[in-house]
Design a protein around this ligand. Structure first.
Ligand code: ZN
Length: 167
């Protein structure tokens, strides 16, 4: 198993934790010098915090542990392509490499809807690798949304809208 797969497996298990608490299943880990220094899963509903995406939670956890708001040399693994906020946070945190699983047709801001990290104006470049264990990540998302729809949820509290990428 490659190290990308190994760390993405950890992110996937965090995504499952999000699903178990009724949150959209996205998980993230921050790796520095071959070691996980930050973990996060998506939790905006339970945290009552619109910024509590998996990536932000993992970056905060890592910065606290490392004792530095800049995570130079770190790699962020996340199961789903980051949104515009989280792609921006990678730049602010000086993340060296972003590794994501499934692309997000509706909200992805790295390769899908926008290419935030390719903007030449930023003073920091983030290397990007996509598609790592993408099938597993997509399956989690699709299963979550199918179950939720089956239950008849339509409210924003469930993270659902009428135009989800995931079914
Ligand atoms: Zn995000």
């Amino acid at each position: 198993m490659s190290s990308h797969d190994l760390f993405m497996h950890e992110a996937l298990s965090l995504a499952k934790r999000a699903a178990a608490s009724g949150e959209v299943p996205v998980g993230a880990v921050v790796v520095l010098n071959g070691e996980i220094v930050g973990r996060g899963h998506n939790q905006p509903i339970s945290s009552v915090d619109p910024t509590a995406h998996a990536e932000i939670v993992a970056l905060r956890d890592a910065a606290q542990r490392v004792g530095n708001y800049r995570l130079t040399g770190a790699t962020l693994y996340v199961t789903v392509e980051p949104c515009v906020m989280c792609a921006g946070a990678c730049v602010h945190a000086r993340i060296e490499e972003l590794v994501f699983g499934a692309a997000d047709d509706k909200a992805g801001a790295v390769v899908s809807r926008a290419q935030i990290l390719d903007v030449p104006a930023w003073n920091h470049r983030v290397r990007v690798t996509g598609g790592v264990l993408a099938a597993e990540a997509r399956e989690l998302m699709q299963a979550f949304f199918q179950t939720r729809r089956g239950e008849g949820y339509r409210s924003g509290r469930t993270g659902l809208d009428s135009k989800s990428s995931w079914g």
